[in-house]
Design a protein around this ligand. Sequence first.
Ligand code: BGP
Length: 490
Amino acid sequence: MKKFPKDFLWGGATAANQIEGAWNEGGKGLSVSDVAKMHDKTDVLDYKAHNEITSADIEEALKTDDTVYYPKRHGSDFYHHYQEDIALMAEMGFKCFRMSIAWSRIYPHGDDLEPNEEGLAFYDKVFDECRKYGIEPLVTMSHYEPPLNLVLKYDGWYSREAITFFERYVRTISKRYKDKVKYWLTFNEVDSMIRHPFTTGGLVRDHFKEEQFEEVIFQAMHHQFVASALATKIVHETIPHSKVGCMLTKLTYYPYTCKPEDVLEAQQMMRSTYCYSDTQVFGEYPAYLLARFKNHHLNIKMEKSDLEVMKQYPVDFISFSYYSSNCAVADIQNVEMTAGNTITAAKNPYLKASDWGWQIDPVGLRISLVDLYDRYRKPLFIVENGLGAKDVLEKDGCVHDPYRIEYLKLHFKEMYKAIEEDGVELMGYTSWGCIDLVSESTKQMSKRYGYIYVDVDDYGKGTYQRYRKDSFYWYKKVIESQGACLFEEE
Ligand code: BGP
């Protein structure tokens, strides 16, 4: 009978800035997500408009305690619902819960000398709740939530001092949670700095000259690479048997046609994200990234000790997000484009898309798994996957989401083939947004991913009550049958 490996870590994923809420409670400082405004009149396919932020936007946000147009300030109120939420995850049979620690809950200004005990105590309670049910936490150290003070006072990760502050933060959390957390990720979608530098690197574009900005981004990237290696060192030294992973946006690109220029464009686009995971997995800059620095005249300041620590402390596994595949085309004239995860790409005529334009491609997940495993020969972990959709809460409290079950079933079957036929070493799978939460790109609650419906709308109105969707019961069956139920009708 077809089954996934017994120790396969089935579970779900969230991020503090999108689920916790309590933005100004428990001693937490402001993070970049607390100034992320929802643009409800903007086309959801225009991801740039949703992700760019200016100094004026920040100033406007700092003048208000509004949570209607700053939905990440309330999230799904996990801060006050975590026991109920983790009990629901346990009811589904989760083996693993991917979440992030909000850095500004631990060091409210990022550069504080002492941590905020209330923040530390909150995550102690969350991890204790997980372990009560035998759920393994998988913790992201930084998931689009650097402290805002670091942005305003130091220009975020552009400043080398960010390494010191991050190191202090990592020393604190790895020591505090050494008996509760053994799986860690350093930076969520480390490659996304190039696409949305504010949420990832705390870089405000209008703080710099436009012609300097590419160099700023890669200088900030360098500091994150060093910090990631130091974090790996600290976790390994503090927590026996710990594993530290990098986290990549897996933007799998197909050539739009077999025209060599389109094939080359697809290869270049793939490398544009691989360059970051290459650096974290091989512990050194790949030649093609150094070539970019040279050809673009980017003067990235690196100390000798930086390269030594990066080489000495590469990651133990590669985690990634996968939602859809994309087509790369050399000449976009007369080609219909569509959206993907913080990108736009040529529309694939063979694929259907979600209401947000993301192309649904289960086979693409298998292709991605084989690609990554062949490239790195290290264990993989799918830490984000799922379908953002407009779910409806029925009067009887049911939520019928057959489209989500169909999406997941097809993706799980491809995962199975990658393991059984392609020899891929896959540690586990955590569905993104296992509980409905605020969308990263559009800040909508209505872009729902969860097995659990949260009764709150795009404007923060609702009871925040939780409801099990049909997919909740389906996923429970998948986990308890180790995936065997996926093949029942075969
Ligand atoms: C990834 C982020 C997640 C999550 C996901 C879905 O880039 O790591 O935080 O948000 O995208 O994207 P969205 O929420 O925009 O639908």
